[in-house]
Design a protein around this ligand. Structure first.
Ligand code: PXP
Length: 236
């Protein structure tokens, strides 16, 4: 399983002072050198962490794979089509949320996401949809012609009891199988850490995980390079 590192939190710390440090671009370079297979950043409409300059510089600097997480908002779509990341991951976005709170409602909006996918494909950009581990969303994503689905693991990660965790794991297992059968590449993310990742690594269909918060938290104590190495080891 590959590890994609979300570097948004480096930009969050920078924005706390409004200066230039820490630079999320430096974080991307260190993460790649420590074994990350990809770099993820979320350009939010309110630019609360990563900004337009970061995305453009990251495009030049990232040598593995740049995944631009984004809402399907006209302004952000325009930037993505200009910058040409390797991959865009479409997520729902609410201004008041602290982080992405759930999967995208693709079912019922197939026309919108098919058209958007086509626009990105014309620029050579792969498309991933961040969705709940539900059959209806997977079928809708496949119908849109996307390349990848990222399964939302937040409900699994937040489960308080083993029984609740097991129920969520089973949903993720079933969804992963369904998605692979539908010809989609399967990835997963949200709320994953060094403990709860173990069960996810046992799901063979999941090719990559996207991790931010727990990895950056760990990096505060052991340094980014060491934290990335620990997570790479945990997923391999
Ligand atoms: N995947 C998606 C689509 C996300 O929105 C996020 C959060 O930015 C992540 C993965 C990473 O989640 P976390 O920061 O909890 O590891």
């Amino acid at each position: 399983m590959r590890l994609a590192v979300n570097i948004d939190h480096f930009a969050t710390v920078r924005e706390a002072r409004g200066g230039i440090e820490p630079d999320p671009v430096h974080a991307a370079v260190i993460a790649e050198m420590a074994g990350a297979s990809g770099i993820v950043c979320h350009l939010r409409e309110d630019r609360r962490h990563v900004n337009d300059r970061d995305v453009r510089v990251l495009r030049d600097v990232v040598s593995t794979k740049l995944d631009l997480e984004m809402a399907a908002a006209p302004e952000i779509i325009t930037i993505a089509l200009e910058v040409v990341p390797d991959l865009v991951t479409i997520v729902p976005e609410k201004r008041e949320e602290l982080t992405t709170e759930g999967g995208l409602a693709v079912a019922g909006h197939e026309t919108q996401y098919s058209e958007l996918t086509q626009r990105f494909h014309e620029r050579g950009i792969e498309v991933s949809l961040f969705i709940e581990p539900e059959a209806s969303q997977i079928e809708a994503a496949a119908a849109c012609g996307v390349d990848i689905i990222e399964l939302h693991t937040g409900t699994y990660a937040n489960a308080r009891s083993q029984a609740a965790r097991d129920i969520q794991l089973e949903r993720i297992r079933i969804a992963s199988r369904l998605a692979q059968e539908a010809g989609l590449v399967v990835t997963a993310g949200h709320g994953l850490d060094l403990r709860n990742i173990a069960a996810i690594t046992l799901i063979p269909e999941i090719e990559e995980v996207s991790i931010g918060h727990a990895l950056v938290s760990r990096a505060m104590f052991v340094g980014l390079e060491q934290a990335v190495r620990e997570f790479v080891l945990a997923v391999s």
